[in-house]
Write a new protein. Structure first.
Length: 449
């Protein structure tokens, strides 16, 4: 470690614990997809339909959680224990309730949802097969989505009270329970695709129960009567959540549009794109951890007015991220023959992955850079710049690229188009960040002069 700069060492130390917890969650999602793929292409296609809705629900819960973490931590720092307890209770109950209501609406809309993702050339018998699988899987999957929302919102309460260890342990425990139950419920008890959703639900709910009991013992929650008497806390949380939810929902909107476009190619394409998307999330886990660890460091340097350290941090992190993802892409491409049979047993999907793994992973370096820049802009107090970069990446580049690729009727063309869009997004994001930091530096010099 002696050859590593102090800045890089600090980045690694702050990011590694978060990476472990997120790695476990992403691993379970990928393993879920692999197990479901063993059941057949129809089951995998139905599982793929959940992807855009999963992204949307995560956007809602993360939007609420970001606002809640900020407000609860401020209240704790100011010694306002009654307010922190009230906000914690409101976050856990109201936040989970909102997600549950959305899931109820999605269950009621199940017929139209399935029709949206099924191509017109599917035979009546094939459609009925997909409908049977979907109608059984959908409500159980929605229950698992509600349980993971409850777990995440509780983790926000813990992090706001400076307990990150319990959060990491619970994410890891939920993942272990899921990994153990998955093969048992899917294959041993012959529950099929429903077993995957039940395994996830049981893992998350077990940890939810533990976290609620522990939080009550620590007196982090207040009584319901007191919480909802103070409507100002609920209004404050709602106002702040509105802004963060809007930013978080943008990826889900693009994911929904892209899945619809891909579904127009074939059912096999839905299954392939679902697996590729989940693998992408898995490979970007370190970048996601960086987006959580770097902003607090930037905030501290801003408070200390050490702008030179911010620039050093950004450059060091960007270089490390680009080198890391390029190395990961090379390893993935080189070991493709060993990995592909583990991902899917379908010959067509294996052929597509044999090409895709040599192409799109190399775009995850610039894509990761773009994601990092968005989080940096938020940390620098420039949310409009963050939103601009996200909109350019998703609305101006990614969605049109997927549309162009899908219009050819070839899923590999979609992969090539996505690769180009990811690369251009990274270049644009870094360019915007350089403009912003140069302008800020110039203003700082004028003020100091």
């Amino acid at each position: 470690m002696s050859c590593i700069s102090p800045t890089l060492k600090l980045v690694i130390e702050r990011t590694l614990p978060l990476t472990v917890g997120m790695f476990a969650i992403m691993l379970v999602q990928l393993v879920d997809s692999i197990f479901i793929g063993m059941l057949g292409i129809d089951e995998l296609a139905v599982h793929g339909i959940t992807l855009p809705f999963q992204t949307a629900l995560i956007g809602v819960q993360v939007g609420i959680g970001v606002a809640a973490t900020s407000l609860i931590s401020r209240a704790c720092g100011a010694g306002e224990s009654d307010k922190s307890k009230a906000l914690a209770t409101i976050t856990a109950l109201v936040g989970t309730g909102i997600v549950a209501l959305i899931c109820l609406g999605l269950w009621l809309s199940r017929s139209s949802i399935l029709t949206t993702f099924v191509t017109s050339d599917v035979t009546l018998d094939h459609f009925q097969t997909l409908q049977t699988i979907f109608n059984v899987y959908w409500p159980v999957w929605l229950l698992s989505a509600t349980s993971v929302a409850a777990l995440y919102l509780l983790s926000c309460v813990y992090r706001a009270n400076e307990d990150t260890k319990t959060t990491g342990n619970m994410f890891l425990l939920a993942s272990i329970i899921n990994l153990i139950l998955d093969p048992l419920l899917i294959f041993t008890f012959d529950l099929g695709i429903i077993g995957a959703a039940i395994a996830s639900t049981m893992g998350y709910l077990t940890c939810v129960i533990y976290m609620v009991i522990k939080a009550k013992k620590l007196a982090w929650f207040g009584s319901l009567a007191k919480c909802f008497k103070t409507w100002s806390y609920l209004v404050e949380l709602a106002r702040m959540s509105a802004n963060t939810i809007i930013n978080q929902l943008l990826p889900s909107v693009s994911a929904f549009i892209c899945m619809v476009l891909v579904s127009r190619i074939s059912t096999d394409s839905i299954a392939f794109w679902s697996l590729l998307s989940r693998m992408e999330s898995f490979l970007l886990v370190f970048t996601l951890a960086l987006t959580m660890s770097v902003p607090p460091m930037i905030g501290r340097y801003l408070g200390q007015k050490q702008h030179s350290k911010i620039n050093a941090l950004l450059i060091t992190t960007a270089k490390f991220l680009l080198i890391f993802h390029t190395a990961m892409a090379l390893v993935l491409a080189g070991s493709a023959k060993l990995i592909i049979p583990l991902i899917s047993s379908e010959a067509q999907i294996q052929d597509w992955f044999a090409v895709a793994l040599w192409v799109i992973p190399f775009s995850y370096a610039p894509l990761g850079l773009c994601m990092l820049v968005v989080s940096v802009f938020n940390a620098l107090g420039a949310p409009r710049q963050a939103l601009l970069v996200s909109m350019v990446r998703l609305i101006a580049l990614y969605v049109p690229a997927i549309w162009i690729g899908a219009s050819t009727g070839n899923i590999l063309h979609v992969v090539y188009a996505a690769t180009i869009a990811n690369t251009l997004a990274g270049v644009y994001a870094w360019h915007r960040l350089k403009i912003h930091t140069n302008r800020t530096a110039a203003i700082t010099k004028l003020v100091e002069a």
